[in-house]
Design a binder for this molecule. Structure first.
Ligand code: UTP
Length: 263
């Protein structure tokens, strides 16, 4: 195996197969990943974030009803000769972990990024710090985290952190804990650098919170087995826009539209 500093990470998995129930009936007409965020569809911004770090081999986990995402990527002149897109179907919607598991045969032996298709970042820098953390240390996972209020921890995967630096060791992660039991208020923020070791945990997983195969649980089991995982915090001026609910979608559209002005 090459030294970690020389490992190339050019592969990403983008799960975009979800039902988008929080955005119905809008999401029945338009995949939420295709909703406009300012002048661009959300998926366009996510693909650009990955291309900014030369992650050009991208697998989209799709389903029937969301093929317009593939049409868009294949037809966009902006991505011609830049992105190498592939598609796999998630036939049963059994959660994010199950979506990632569909990528097992395609990913290969190296590390890969998971970028949620309904989360847009206002900066590309977070991903750069995650890649740097991965290359500096021998780890099995690097996960992005943002602070949320205690009242909201039940919506997210939450870190059990060691230390309070911008990059920290993870003692565990827990999916949607109650405010009383949450080990911190650091919520997983839609970007994960993983190694293929995750697939063994996802294959063995039984359904967790909400009856779904949870990526959070699989990462937790890796840590329990003695693998190292790191957390990377979003900086104060960095923001993850989750477009999966109407309010946060509206905020994302407004902020990007404002930033991009009238031109
Ligand atoms: P979410 O849990 O936010 O998406 O998953 P959802 O299930 O579509 O939303 P609601 O809760 O019904 O409103 C985050 C990302 O993972 C994908 C989604 O498409 C989204 O981009 N996902 C989720 C899958 O690809 N497959 C799944 O089974 C679940």
């Amino acid at each position: 195996m090459p030294p970690v500093s020389q490992i190339t990470i050019n592969t990403a998995v983008l799960p975009v197969a979800g039902l988008g129930t929080r955005l119905l009936p809008l999401s029945a007409a338009v995949p939420k990943e295709m909703l406009p965020v300012g002048r661009l569809p959300a998926i366009h911004r996510i693909v650009e974030e990955l291309l900014a770090w030369n992650i050009d081999r991208q697998l989209l986990v799709v389903r029937k009803g969301k093929i317009s995402i593939a049409d868009y990527l294949e037809e966009s002149p902006e991505f011609k000769g830049r992105g190498r897109f592939a598609y796999v179907f998630q036939h049963d919607l059994r959660g994010l972990g199950h979506a990632v598991l569909q990528a097992e045969g395609w990913v290969g032996d190296g590390p890969f990024l998971v970028a949620l298709g309904d989360a847009v970042m206002n900066s590309h820098a977070l991903l750069g710090r995650m890649l740097a953390a991965f290359r500096e240390e021998t780890v099995s996972a690097v996960v992005a985290f943002e602070e949320v209020s205690r009242d909201n921890v039940f919506r997210y995967g939450i870190a059990d952190p060691r230390g309070n630096g911008d990059v920290f060791e993870l003692a565990g992660v827990v999916e949607k804990p109650s405010p009383e039991s949450a080990p911190s208020n650091l919520a997983i923020s839609a970007r994960y650098l993983l190694t293929p070791a995750i697939f063994e945990e996802l294959s063995a997983a039984s359904p967790g919170h909400g009856g779904e195969i949870q990526l959070t649980d699989a990462i937790h089991r890796l840590i329990q087995k003695g693998r190292r995982a790191l957390g990377v915090r979003l900086l104060p001026d960095e923001r993850r826009y989750d477009i999966g609910s109407f309010e946060s979608f509206r905020k994302a559209f407004d902020d990007f539209a404002e930033r991009e002005g009238q031109s």
